[in-house]
Design a protein around this ligand. Structure first.
Ligand code: AMP
Ligand code: MG
Length: 331
Protein backbone atom coordinates (compact mmCIF):
# COMPACT_ATOMS: atom_id res chain seq x y z
CA UNK A 1 0.00 0.00 0.00
CA UNK A 2 1.45 3.40 -0.87
CA UNK A 3 0.71 5.99 1.77
CA UNK A 4 1.09 9.67 1.16
CA UNK A 5 2.96 10.94 4.24
CA UNK A 6 1.31 14.37 4.65
CA UNK A 7 -2.07 12.72 4.23
CA UNK A 8 -1.30 10.22 6.95
CA UNK A 9 -0.28 12.99 9.32
CA UNK A 10 -3.58 14.77 8.70
CA UNK A 11 -5.49 11.53 9.18
CA UNK A 12 -3.74 10.60 12.37
CA UNK A 13 -4.30 14.07 13.78
CA UNK A 14 -7.98 13.83 12.90
CA UNK A 15 -8.46 10.40 14.37
CA UNK A 16 -6.43 11.12 17.48
CA UNK A 17 -8.75 14.03 18.11
CA UNK A 18 -11.61 11.62 18.70
CA UNK A 19 -12.27 11.14 22.37
CA UNK A 20 -12.47 7.44 21.73
CA UNK A 21 -8.73 7.26 22.28
CA UNK A 22 -9.28 7.98 25.93
CA UNK A 23 -10.91 4.56 26.32
CA UNK A 24 -8.37 2.36 28.03
CA UNK A 25 -8.71 -1.38 27.62
CA UNK A 26 -9.26 -3.27 30.87
CA UNK A 27 -7.33 -6.47 31.68
CA UNK A 28 -9.95 -8.61 29.99
CA UNK A 29 -10.20 -6.44 26.85
CA UNK A 30 -7.94 -6.08 23.83
CA UNK A 31 -7.49 -3.06 21.59
CA UNK A 32 -6.03 -3.29 18.08
CA UNK A 33 -5.69 -0.81 15.21
CA UNK A 34 -4.98 -0.96 11.49
CA UNK A 35 -4.73 1.51 8.64
CA UNK A 36 -7.68 0.69 6.42
CA UNK A 37 -10.01 2.60 4.07
CA UNK A 38 -7.81 5.69 4.32
CA UNK A 39 -8.16 5.95 8.08
CA UNK A 40 -7.11 4.35 11.36
CA UNK A 41 -9.58 1.63 12.30
CA UNK A 42 -9.68 0.59 15.93
CA UNK A 43 -11.36 -2.39 17.51
CA UNK A 44 -11.83 -3.06 21.20
CA UNK A 45 -13.26 -6.39 22.30
CA UNK A 46 -13.73 -8.17 25.60
CA UNK A 47 -15.56 -10.82 27.57
CA UNK A 48 -13.80 -13.85 26.01
CA UNK A 49 -10.37 -15.48 26.42
CA UNK A 50 -7.63 -13.36 24.82
CA UNK A 51 -6.80 -15.89 22.08
CA UNK A 52 -10.41 -16.04 20.95
CA UNK A 53 -10.65 -12.24 20.92
CA UNK A 54 -7.45 -11.96 18.84
CA UNK A 55 -8.81 -14.38 16.22
CA UNK A 56 -12.17 -12.60 16.06
CA UNK A 57 -10.57 -9.16 15.72
CA UNK A 58 -8.22 -10.44 12.97
CA UNK A 59 -11.26 -11.78 11.10
CA UNK A 60 -13.07 -8.44 11.49
CA UNK A 61 -10.07 -6.51 10.10
CA UNK A 62 -9.80 -8.99 7.21
CA UNK A 63 -13.46 -8.40 6.38
CA UNK A 64 -12.92 -4.62 6.24
CA UNK A 65 -9.81 -5.06 4.08
CA UNK A 66 -11.86 -7.18 1.68
CA UNK A 67 -14.54 -4.48 1.41
CA UNK A 68 -11.89 -1.80 0.90
CA UNK A 69 -10.90 -3.66 -2.29
CA UNK A 70 -14.45 -3.19 -3.57
CA UNK A 71 -15.25 0.36 -2.45
CA UNK A 72 -12.05 2.43 -2.56
CA UNK A 73 -11.76 5.16 -5.15
CA UNK A 74 -8.01 5.42 -4.59
CA UNK A 75 -7.45 1.83 -5.77
CA UNK A 76 -7.65 1.82 -9.58
CA UNK A 77 -8.67 -1.85 -9.60
CA UNK A 78 -11.53 -1.59 -7.07
CA UNK A 79 -15.07 -2.33 -8.20
CA UNK A 80 -16.05 1.29 -7.66
CA UNK A 81 -13.09 2.55 -9.74
CA UNK A 82 -14.06 0.20 -12.55
CA UNK A 83 -17.60 1.61 -12.49
CA UNK A 84 -16.24 5.15 -12.57
CA UNK A 85 -14.10 4.28 -15.59
CA UNK A 86 -17.01 2.57 -17.39
CA UNK A 87 -19.17 4.38 -19.94
CA UNK A 88 -22.55 3.38 -18.57
CA UNK A 89 -22.07 1.17 -15.49
CA UNK A 90 -22.20 -2.62 -15.23
CA UNK A 91 -22.95 -5.54 -12.94
CA UNK A 92 -21.80 -5.07 -9.36
CA UNK A 93 -21.30 -7.36 -6.37
CA UNK A 94 -24.22 -7.78 -3.97
CA UNK A 95 -22.36 -5.72 -1.36
CA UNK A 96 -21.60 -2.79 -3.64
CA UNK A 97 -25.24 -2.89 -4.74
CA UNK A 98 -26.37 -2.79 -1.08
CA UNK A 99 -24.21 0.25 -0.28
CA UNK A 100 -25.28 2.07 -3.44
CA UNK A 101 -28.96 1.25 -2.83
CA UNK A 102 -28.82 2.75 0.68
CA UNK A 103 -26.82 5.75 -0.58
CA UNK A 104 -29.35 6.40 -3.35
CA UNK A 105 -32.21 6.24 -0.87
CA UNK A 106 -30.55 8.86 1.35
CA UNK A 107 -29.68 10.87 -1.78
CA UNK A 108 -33.35 10.97 -2.81
CA UNK A 109 -34.76 11.63 0.65
CA UNK A 110 -32.24 14.42 1.25
CA UNK A 111 -33.12 16.09 -2.05
CA UNK A 112 -29.61 15.47 -3.36
CA UNK A 113 -27.69 16.81 -0.33
CA UNK A 114 -26.13 13.37 -0.11
CA UNK A 115 -24.60 12.42 -3.44
CA UNK A 116 -22.68 9.32 -4.55
CA UNK A 117 -21.37 10.98 -7.71
CA UNK A 118 -19.01 13.61 -6.32
CA UNK A 119 -15.81 11.80 -7.35
CA UNK A 120 -14.70 14.45 -9.84
CA UNK A 121 -15.48 17.25 -7.40
CA UNK A 122 -13.50 15.52 -4.68
CA UNK A 123 -10.43 15.18 -6.89
CA UNK A 124 -10.36 18.81 -8.05
CA UNK A 125 -10.43 20.01 -4.42
CA UNK A 126 -7.46 17.73 -3.74
CA UNK A 127 -8.05 17.55 0.01
CA UNK A 128 -5.98 14.40 0.14
CA UNK A 129 -3.10 15.94 -1.82
CA UNK A 130 -0.08 17.66 -0.37
CA UNK A 131 -1.16 21.17 -1.43
CA UNK A 132 -4.95 21.47 -1.57
CA UNK A 133 -6.31 24.75 -2.97
CA UNK A 134 -9.63 26.30 -3.99
CA UNK A 135 -10.25 25.22 -7.61
CA UNK A 136 -11.46 27.71 -10.21
CA UNK A 137 -15.21 28.14 -10.71
CA UNK A 138 -15.24 26.59 -14.17
CA UNK A 139 -13.57 23.42 -12.86
CA UNK A 140 -16.24 23.23 -10.11
CA UNK A 141 -19.07 23.70 -12.64
CA UNK A 142 -17.59 21.01 -14.90
CA UNK A 143 -17.19 18.59 -11.98
CA UNK A 144 -20.89 18.97 -11.10
CA UNK A 145 -22.12 18.19 -14.63
CA UNK A 146 -24.64 15.33 -14.59
CA UNK A 147 -24.47 14.61 -10.83
CA UNK A 148 -27.55 14.18 -8.62
CA UNK A 149 -29.85 11.58 -7.07
CA UNK A 150 -30.87 10.30 -10.54
CA UNK A 151 -27.36 10.15 -11.96
CA UNK A 152 -27.12 6.46 -11.01
CA UNK A 153 -29.78 3.80 -11.36
CA UNK A 154 -29.79 0.41 -9.72
CA UNK A 155 -31.82 -2.58 -10.81
CA UNK A 156 -30.82 -5.57 -8.67
CA UNK A 157 -27.08 -5.77 -9.25
CA UNK A 158 -27.17 -3.79 -12.48
CA UNK A 159 -25.82 -0.29 -12.00
CA UNK A 160 -26.45 2.33 -14.65
CA UNK A 161 -24.54 5.63 -15.07
CA UNK A 162 -26.41 8.46 -16.74
CA UNK A 163 -23.23 10.10 -18.04
CA UNK A 164 -19.89 8.45 -18.84
CA UNK A 165 -17.85 11.09 -16.96
CA UNK A 166 -19.57 10.46 -13.59
CA UNK A 167 -17.11 9.36 -10.93
CA UNK A 168 -18.55 7.43 -8.01
CA UNK A 169 -17.38 8.26 -4.49
CA UNK A 170 -18.65 6.15 -1.60
CA UNK A 171 -16.52 8.09 0.94
CA UNK A 172 -19.61 9.27 2.82
CA UNK A 173 -21.05 5.79 3.45
CA UNK A 174 -18.63 2.92 2.74
CA UNK A 175 -16.70 3.08 6.01
CA UNK A 176 -19.98 2.78 7.89
CA UNK A 177 -20.96 -0.30 5.92
CA UNK A 178 -17.56 -1.86 6.59
CA UNK A 179 -17.96 -1.25 10.35
CA UNK A 180 -21.37 -2.96 10.25
CA UNK A 181 -19.75 -5.96 8.57
CA UNK A 182 -16.89 -6.02 11.09
CA UNK A 183 -19.44 -6.13 13.91
CA UNK A 184 -21.30 -8.97 12.15
CA UNK A 185 -18.05 -10.95 11.96
CA UNK A 186 -17.30 -10.33 15.64
CA UNK A 187 -20.78 -11.55 16.57
CA UNK A 188 -20.38 -14.66 14.39
CA UNK A 189 -17.17 -15.39 16.29
CA UNK A 190 -19.05 -15.29 19.59
CA UNK A 191 -17.92 -11.82 20.71
CA UNK A 192 -20.68 -10.02 22.63
CA UNK A 193 -18.72 -6.96 23.80
CA UNK A 194 -16.93 -4.87 21.18
CA UNK A 195 -16.48 -1.42 19.73
CA UNK A 196 -15.31 -0.64 16.21
CA UNK A 197 -14.26 2.87 15.23
CA UNK A 198 -13.30 3.84 11.68
CA UNK A 199 -12.36 7.51 11.98
CA UNK A 200 -15.58 8.54 13.73
CA UNK A 201 -17.87 5.83 12.34
CA UNK A 202 -18.50 3.65 15.38
CA UNK A 203 -20.57 0.76 16.58
CA UNK A 204 -20.81 -0.20 20.23
CA UNK A 205 -21.80 -3.83 20.72
CA UNK A 206 -23.24 -4.99 24.02
CA UNK A 207 -21.42 -3.45 26.94
CA UNK A 208 -17.91 -3.49 28.35
CA UNK A 209 -17.13 -6.06 31.03
CA UNK A 210 -19.32 -4.80 33.89
CA UNK A 211 -19.90 -1.30 32.54
CA UNK A 212 -21.62 0.39 29.62
CA UNK A 213 -19.94 1.92 26.58
CA UNK A 214 -19.47 5.65 27.11
CA UNK A 215 -18.33 7.70 24.16
CA UNK A 216 -17.27 11.33 24.20
CA UNK A 217 -18.32 13.43 21.23
CA UNK A 218 -15.47 15.67 20.15
CA UNK A 219 -16.02 19.43 20.48
CA UNK A 220 -15.64 20.70 16.90
CA UNK A 221 -13.64 23.80 17.86
CA UNK A 222 -11.91 22.96 21.16
CA UNK A 223 -9.26 20.34 20.65
CA UNK A 224 -9.38 17.60 23.30
CA UNK A 225 -12.67 18.95 24.72
CA UNK A 226 -15.76 16.77 24.94
CA UNK A 227 -19.03 18.24 23.76
CA UNK A 228 -21.21 15.53 25.31
CA UNK A 229 -20.69 12.01 26.60
CA UNK A 230 -23.25 9.45 25.48
CA UNK A 231 -24.00 5.99 26.82
CA UNK A 232 -25.10 3.47 24.22
CA UNK A 233 -25.60 -0.24 23.71
CA UNK A 234 -25.98 -1.95 20.33
CA UNK A 235 -25.97 1.37 18.50
CA UNK A 236 -24.05 3.15 15.76
CA UNK A 237 -22.58 6.52 16.75
CA UNK A 238 -21.34 8.43 13.70
CA UNK A 239 -19.84 11.90 13.55
CA UNK A 240 -19.15 14.06 10.49
CA UNK A 241 -17.18 17.22 11.20
CA UNK A 242 -15.53 20.08 9.36
CA UNK A 243 -12.44 19.61 11.56
CA UNK A 244 -11.63 16.15 10.22
CA UNK A 245 -10.01 17.07 6.91
CA UNK A 246 -9.57 20.68 5.88
CA UNK A 247 -7.20 23.38 4.71
CA UNK A 248 -7.29 27.13 5.16
CA UNK A 249 -6.92 29.69 2.41
CA UNK A 250 -7.31 33.46 2.91
CA UNK A 251 -8.61 32.90 6.44
CA UNK A 252 -11.41 30.61 5.27
CA UNK A 253 -11.76 26.91 6.21
CA UNK A 254 -12.34 24.49 3.34
CA UNK A 255 -13.29 21.00 4.46
CA UNK A 256 -14.25 17.68 2.88
CA UNK A 257 -18.06 17.64 3.01
CA UNK A 258 -19.40 19.26 -0.13
CA UNK A 259 -22.71 20.89 -0.88
CA UNK A 260 -23.58 19.35 -4.27
CA UNK A 261 -25.49 22.53 -5.20
CA UNK A 262 -22.49 24.81 -4.96
CA UNK A 263 -19.58 22.38 -5.30
CA UNK A 264 -18.08 24.10 -2.24
CA UNK A 265 -17.78 22.82 1.33
CA UNK A 266 -21.16 22.92 3.09
CA UNK A 267 -21.43 25.90 5.43
CA UNK A 268 -24.33 25.08 7.77
CA UNK A 269 -22.60 22.99 10.45
CA UNK A 270 -19.44 22.37 12.41
CA UNK A 271 -20.35 18.80 13.29
CA UNK A 272 -23.20 16.29 13.19
CA UNK A 273 -23.47 13.15 15.32
CA UNK A 274 -26.09 10.55 14.45
CA UNK A 275 -27.09 7.61 16.67
CA UNK A 276 -28.97 4.82 14.91
CA UNK A 277 -29.02 1.05 14.33
CA UNK A 278 -26.65 0.68 11.39
CA UNK A 279 -23.37 2.46 10.87
CA UNK A 280 -23.91 2.62 7.09
CA UNK A 281 -27.16 4.54 7.58
CA UNK A 282 -25.63 6.72 10.31
CA UNK A 283 -22.68 7.49 8.03
CA UNK A 284 -24.86 8.58 5.11
CA UNK A 285 -27.21 10.55 7.38
CA UNK A 286 -24.43 12.38 9.23
CA UNK A 287 -23.04 13.58 5.90
CA UNK A 288 -26.51 14.47 4.58
CA UNK A 289 -27.47 16.40 7.73
CA UNK A 290 -24.17 18.24 7.63
CA UNK A 291 -25.00 19.48 4.12
CA UNK A 292 -28.64 20.30 4.91
CA UNK A 293 -27.87 22.25 8.11
CA UNK A 294 -29.77 22.02 11.42
CA UNK A 295 -33.35 22.87 10.41
CA UNK A 296 -33.68 20.86 7.21
CA UNK A 297 -31.42 18.18 8.63
CA UNK A 298 -33.68 17.52 11.60
CA UNK A 299 -36.66 17.42 9.22
CA UNK A 300 -34.94 14.69 7.20
CA UNK A 301 -34.37 12.75 10.43
CA UNK A 302 -38.14 12.61 11.03
CA UNK A 303 -38.24 10.08 8.17
CA UNK A 304 -35.99 7.73 10.18
CA UNK A 305 -37.76 6.63 13.39
CA UNK A 306 -35.36 5.59 16.15
CA UNK A 307 -32.58 7.73 14.74
CA UNK A 308 -31.34 10.74 16.74
CA UNK A 309 -28.85 13.52 16.03
CA UNK A 310 -26.90 16.27 17.73
CA UNK A 311 -25.89 19.09 15.40
CA UNK A 312 -23.42 21.88 16.09
CA UNK A 313 -24.45 24.64 13.69
CA UNK A 314 -21.97 26.97 11.99
CA UNK A 315 -22.55 29.59 14.72
CA UNK A 316 -21.77 27.03 17.44
CA UNK A 317 -25.39 26.60 18.58
CA UNK A 318 -26.58 23.08 19.47
CA UNK A 319 -29.60 21.45 17.83
CA UNK A 320 -30.77 18.00 18.92
CA UNK A 321 -33.59 15.76 17.76
CA UNK A 322 -36.41 15.17 20.26
CA UNK A 323 -35.23 11.70 21.35
CA UNK A 324 -31.56 12.65 21.74
CA UNK A 325 -32.03 13.26 25.48
CA UNK A 326 -31.96 9.53 26.22
CA UNK A 327 -28.24 9.28 25.41
CA UNK A 328 -26.17 11.96 27.25
CA UNK A 329 -24.68 11.13 30.67
CA UNK A 330 -22.29 12.96 32.98
CA UNK A 331 -18.76 12.04 31.92
P1 AMP B 1 -18.13 11.79 6.15
O1 AMP B 1 -16.84 11.93 6.88
O2 AMP B 1 -18.81 10.49 6.33
O3 AMP B 1 -19.05 12.96 6.33
O4 AMP B 1 -17.80 11.73 4.62
C1 AMP B 1 -17.03 12.69 3.97
C2 AMP B 1 -16.64 12.07 2.67
O5 AMP B 1 -17.82 11.79 1.92
C3 AMP B 1 -15.78 12.96 1.82
O6 AMP B 1 -14.41 12.73 2.05
C4 AMP B 1 -16.22 12.56 0.42
O7 AMP B 1 -15.55 11.38 0.05
C5 AMP B 1 -17.67 12.22 0.59
N1 AMP B 1 -18.61 13.35 0.43
C6 AMP B 1 -18.37 14.69 0.52
N2 AMP B 1 -19.48 15.40 0.36
C7 AMP B 1 -20.49 14.50 0.17
C8 AMP B 1 -21.89 14.59 -0.07
N3 AMP B 1 -22.51 15.78 -0.15
N4 AMP B 1 -22.58 13.45 -0.22
C9 AMP B 1 -21.98 12.24 -0.15
N5 AMP B 1 -20.67 12.07 0.07
C10 AMP B 1 -19.93 13.17 0.22
MG1 MG C 1 -20.76 9.92 6.23
Amino acid sequence: MSWNRPLMIVLLAAVLALTWWRLQPADDEIRRSQLLMGTVVEIMAGGRPAGQLEDAVDAAFAEMARLDLLFSSYRPDSEVSRLSQSTNGGTVSAETAAVIALGLEVARRSGGAFDLTLGRLKSIWGLEQEHPAVPDRQAVTDALAGIGPNALSLDGRQLGKREPQLQIDLGGIAKGYAVDRAIAVLREQGVASAAVNAGGDMYLLGQRPERPWRIGIQHPRMKDAVLETVEVRDRAVVTSGDYERFFEQDGQRYHHIFDPQSGFPARGCQSVTVITDSVALGDALATALFVLGPQEGLRLLDQYPGTEALIVAADGSLHASAGWTKYPVSP
